[in-house]
Design a protein around this ligand. Structure first.
Ligand SMILES: CC(C)(COP(=O)(O)OP(=O)(O)OC[C@H]1O[C@@H](n2cnc3c(N)ncnc32)[C@H](O)[C@@H]1OP(=O)(O)O)[C@@H](O)C(=O)NCCC(=O)NCCS
Length: 156
């Protein structure tokens, strides 16, 4: 039976899961301990995680990093984690969730829109050596370069 709960305590055991969603070890070091983390698990252990952080703007929270174990993708766990994050943010009286992903990652852009997010803005050249990312990383043949921001309104 799969369930989602808040993970309390050290994050080192979750690092491999965070790495599915973060191409820069240096950048990950900078935020892995921030905010709160929800985990999806069953009797066999960790199946996925979602990290929710502050944005600096009252009423907002950001999905900073999330991933589902490779063999369990496309089974609804990503949606369950986002729904748990929405419920948590609503309980706290927040009005908006934000998320950013690579423009090159067409699959993620579909996923976030299927779970309710809408396109907000594009940050060009967000993923470069000067921001901690190796040169010439490709996703599905598209250069990892630009970041897309999406948001989801939490108003009923
Ligand atoms: C992105 C991710 C968390 C999605 O988790 P998931 O458990 O596979 O997602 P779900 O099964 O809940 O999918 C929800 C919807 O999104 C769609 N979707 C999920 N991944 C998709 C992909 N790669 N391409 C296209 N659609 C996708 C599903 O088909 C489903 O659509 P439907 O409502 O039409 O059936 C997972 O693919 C993952 O861990 N990726 C690697 C890490 C990563 O990139 N994280 C995001 C960083 S920003």
């Amino acid at each position: 039976m799969t369930h989602v709960r808040e993970h309390l305590g050290p994050r080192a055991g979750l690092r491999a899961s965070f790495e599915f969603a973060e191409d820069s070890a240096e950048v990950l070091d900078g935020y892995i301990d921030a905010g709160r983390v929800l985990v999806a698990e069953d009797g066999d252990g960790l199946l996925g995680h979602l990290q929710l952080t502050e944005t600096g703007t009252a009423g907002e929270a950001e999905i900073k990093n999330m991933a589902v174990a490779e063999q369990r993708r496309r089974g609804g766990l990503g949606r369950a984690l986002v729904q748990a994050a929405i419920a948590l943010a609503q309980q706290e009286g927040r009005s908006r969730l934000l998320v950013a992903t690579a423009a090159a990652d067409i699959g993620n852009l579909r996923f976030y829109q299927r779970v309710g997010f809408r396109m907000l803005s594009v940050e060009r050249d967000a993923f470069t050596p000067s921001t901690g990312y190796a040169d010439e990383i490709e996703i599905d043949g598209i250069l990892l370069r630009d970041r897309v921001w999406l948001d989801l309104s939490l108003h009923a």
